[in-house]
Ligand binder design. Structure first.
Ligand code: UDP
Ligand code: MG
Length: 330
């Protein structure tokens, strides 16, 4: 039976890009021997984007439109799309044509060969030097402190097998980084490399502030290191200042300064303050360990993710098949 594939497009004010995107998606999906649904998720656009998609939906039964009540951000829009996707696999793609739709065939091919997550990775990125530098720094830090291995320059252009989509659907955390969560889930992965195209029209909505927020969010979602930083600093200060204080005290008061260092009250006071600062920071670190536990409980990620079946891509679950028939018939 022909596999059924959902293409999920989150968009926010992309009226200038959507006609061409649809044209490209249409062109490249029609050539492929699979059935598709084109799932457009309107992330609270204030321009004509939704009107355009609705028009396309009238002309093409494969097109579906989901509208969020306001701008919730791309992460939420992608999640909404994945929740609504009915295919045996779902492909996420940006609306601005920076991710070439012609690669969809390659993604599906990797999936048919057995990959459960196919990740699009930038070969080269068209971005400013500052952006490039920031991105490099981000991945370095993440590599050192993260507990989930995040592939550098991996994009949101991804194909997820039904199983992964379902597992993703069970994640309940609120402030989320879709990419990171998919990486956290695991499963068999394959990569498709591509060159980032320039944005077709409009300006990227991810400015420096948003990107910085995204980076911080990733650090705090997939690493506990920032939380324990204060504690380690405090421990280091304590370990340094305690022996130093002890040594100075013995030298000055016990042995009457045989080294002639002239240690006075101010020196002792300085060391004492250093000790206390270390103590306070160490206590903060201790508290943060408890906060880390709370954080873990609150994000409420499943303890483990089970792999359901081994065969996929070849067989279509019956209920999906039924829905697909209904979609094409309606
Ligand atoms: N997007 C979205 N909601 C937002 C911001 C962006 O759905 O609040 C969509 C946007 O329309 C595009 C994709 O997310 O399809 C990537 O956005 P953008 O090109 O601005 O980001 P970048 O390419 O710089 O990552
Ligand atoms: Mg873009």
């Amino acid at each position: 039976m022909t596999p059924f594939i959902s293409v999920v497009v989150p968009f926010y004010n992309e009226a200038a890009n959507l006609p061409l995107l649809y044209h490209e998606l249409d062109r490249h999906t029609r050539r492929l021997p699979y059935r598709f649904e084109l799932l457009f998720v309107d992330d609270g656009s204030s321009d004509d984007s939704a009107v355009i998609v609705r028009k396309q939906a009238h002309a093409d039964r494969r097109v579906r439109l989901i509208r969020l009540a306001r701008n919730f951000g791309k992460e939420a829009a992608m999640t909404a799309g994945l929740h609504a996707a009915r295919g045996d696999a779902a492909i996420i793609i940006d609306a601005d044509l920076q991710m070439p739709p012609r690669l969809i065939g390659q993604f599906i091919q990797r999936w048919r060969q057995g990959a459960e997550v196919v990740v699009g990775v930038f070969k080269r990125r068209n971005m400013s030097r500052l952006h490039r530098w920031g991105s490099h720094l981000f991945y370095r830090i993440m590599h050192v402190i993260g507990y989930t291995e995040i592939t550098p320059h991996a994009t949101d252009y991804r194909l997820l097998d039904r199983e992964v989509v379902d597992a993703f659907g069970r994640l309940t955390e609120r402030s989320r980084i879709t990419r990171g969560l998919i990486d956290w889930l695991g499963f068999r992965r394959a990569y498709v490399y591509f060159e980032q195209q320039p944005r077709h029209a409009g300006r990227p909505t991810y400015n420096f502030k948003k990107l910085f927020g995204l980076a911080i969010n990733t650090f705090t979602s997939f690493s506990m290191v920032p939380l324990t930083l204060a504690g380690y600093l405090g421990l280091a200060i304590l370990l340094f200042s305690l022996p130093l204080g002890g040594f100075l005290a013995v030298e000055r008061y016990g042995l009457s300064d045989p080294l002639h260092w002239g240690i006075n009250g101010t020196t002792m006071l300085a060391v004492l303050i250093l000790c206390l600062v270390g103590l306070v920071l160490a206590c903060l670190g201790l508290m943060s360990l408890y906060i880390a536990h709370i954080h873990e409980e609150v994000t409420n990620r499943p303890l483990y993710v089970i792999r359901q079946g081994e065969d996929h891509g070849s067989a279509v679950p019956r209920e999906v098949e039924a829905i697909a028939r209904e979609v094409t018939a309606s």
